[in-house]
Design a protein around this ligand. Sequence first.
Ligand SMILES: Nc1ncnc2c1ncn2[C@@H]1O[C@H](COP(=O)(O)OP(=O)(O)OP(=O)(O)O)[C@@H](O)[C@H]1O
Length: 310
Amino acid sequence: MITVEGLSKRYGRHDAVKDLSFSVPDAAVTGFLGPNGSGKSTTMRCALGLDRPTAGRALFDGQEFASVADKTAVAGALLEATWFTPGRSGRSHLKVLARGAGIPDSRVEACLDLVGLGAVGDKRVGGYSLGMKQRLGLAGALLGDPAHLILDEPVNGLDPEGVSWMRRTIRALAAEGRSVLVSSHLLSEMQLTADRLVVIGKGRMIGEYSMEEFLAGGSRVQVETVDTRGAKTLTESLHGAGFEVAAGDGTHLTVSIPDGADEAAVRRAVAELALTTRTPVTALGVEHDNLESRFLAATSEAQEYRTGGN
Ligand SMILES: Nc1ncnc2c1ncn2[C@@H]1O[C@H](COP(=O)(O)OP(=O)(O)OP(=O)(O)O)[C@@H](O)[C@H]1O
């Protein structure tokens, strides 16, 4: 387990992260989410001792990384600015890392195969695509067969097949018992990859949740009627039955499903009211919040950089 305790990092007068506390349990994938500039990379660097926190600490099974003897067996990291010598081959890059850490060359071959670079291991890293570099970075992180993994934007630059491969690999690495902390801006992908979420904004904690908890509630029945008269009639009868209804564009209704309510029962109740009020309906279905809509709602106050007009 990785435990982050009251971590703060100040650059000059700017708090990059402030009093972050969360945990990254074993045998699970913990997604690390936050808008651009919210402090994810800073937190990861501080946890790994690559940056010195202004306050607080990160513990790997109770020990600070700086005081761990066998670092490669404790934590492996894939960070955004992973540096490669362009003229060196992927295999030779890993061999240099492995020798520095007293890891046998046989492990280099195993890691190259694991990330699917076995056939191109002798090619110069300078000729690798961004996706291949991400794979090589992951191979480097896995050399010491670490108990904990810290991955900053690992799907960055991967094509759809690569993204799906990375998801399966990350999940398999966690299933072997590792704790995995992974950041990504690809929220639909994160929804499929992570078991838990740590959400931050402007360097502060927003919350720590199971994926289920984060996505809970937030579902509604969407109804489309043929005309505005029907929509009005149905809205009135839904109100009469105690439902919360938001009107859409005249023929569209959104009926909230209360937290903990049986979705199918609410959908049936809406359909029955449409029938009893003789309201012709062209569409009726349940819609769920996804990670993206939940994330945007959770971090709306904490967006450091916004797109013009939004
Ligand atoms: N070395 C540094 N010196 C000064 N400020 C820094 C430094 N590193 C990061 N920052 C600032 O700290 C804040 C957090 O940056 P960080 O890169 O950790 O965010 P992030 O959540 O990883 O962002 P992104 O999602 O864009 O990668 C930002 O305001 C950034 O400008």
